[in-house]
Design a protein around this ligand. Structure first.
Ligand code: GAR
Length: 216
């Protein structure tokens, strides 16, 4: 992949591995895009959580999607990540989507899947990386907020940006309403970004993700 085809026959759906830590609404939005035919040539191979009681796991099981837990509490990062990587390989995952996965990945994990890990973050990066990005943006007083889907590299919320969706911050907003409106954008953005990456119709120049003319 990367510049940029995934190694698979065009007839085979590309297999996603989705990593979560909680609610899993971004995972469910991806699942719904696939079900509705908006996101084509893709299937969810497995959902993996580092938190045993993550609500998204139950949703995955209800949808008949394989779900696995690797509890990260008290574990060394590299060892935990090696278990997760093993599970992803068992499920023959082509592309990894972090969807509310609230744990930094080890350099070994990132190196094992070059340009094959995506993340969604609820701010217009590089503003407000890290935790509670929406609250950070609200408190800072920005007039425009949004979300970013990007490739994952070894730095937190840092890799090449695939797409961003922006919304105005309203006078009437509070952190709760702003978070909810950003989440609505996240649910659209992640499937759009996956479609772009799956198409292979892009190249990465420096930090710039550039769509080829062939992409609709
Ligand atoms: C989402 O807002 C996602 O952008 C954020 O966690 C939430 C997970 O919600 N991720 C980060 O802040 C990562 N830095 P979900 O479990 O309902 O998808």
């Amino acid at each position: 992949m990367g510049n940029s085809q995934m190694d698979r026959s065009p007839a085979m759906p590309l297999r996603l591995g989705i990593l979560i830590s909680g609610r899993g609404s971004n995972f469910l939005a991806i699942a719904e895009s696939i079900r509705a035919g908006r996101l084509k040539s893709v299937e969810i191979a497995v959902v993996i959580s580092n938190v045993p009681d993550a609500a998204g796991l139950e949703r995955a099981r209800e949808l008949g999607i394989a779900a696995a837990v690797f509890d990260s509490r008290g574990r060394k990062r590299a060892e935990h990540d090696a278990d997760v990587a093993g599970c992803l390989k068992e499920h023959r995952v082509d592309l990894i989507c972090l969807a509310g996965y609230m744990r930094l990945l080890s350099p070994q994990f990132v190196a094992a899947f070059p340009n094959r890990i995506l993340n969604i973050h609820p701010s217009l990066l590089p503003a407000f990386p890290g935790l509670e990005a929406q609250e950070q943006a609200f408190a800072y007083g920005v007039k425009v907020a949004g979300c970013t889907v990007h490739f994952v590299d070894e730095e937190l919320d840092h890799g090449a940006i695939i797409l961003q969706r922006a919304i105005p911050v309203l006078e009437t907003d509070d952190p709760h309403s702003l978070t909810a409106r950003i989440l609505t954008e996240e649910h659209k953005a992640y499937s759009e970004a996956i479609a772009m990456v799956v198409s292979g119709e892009y190249e990465i120049r420096g930090r710039r993700f550039i769509k080829r003319a062939a992409f609709p």
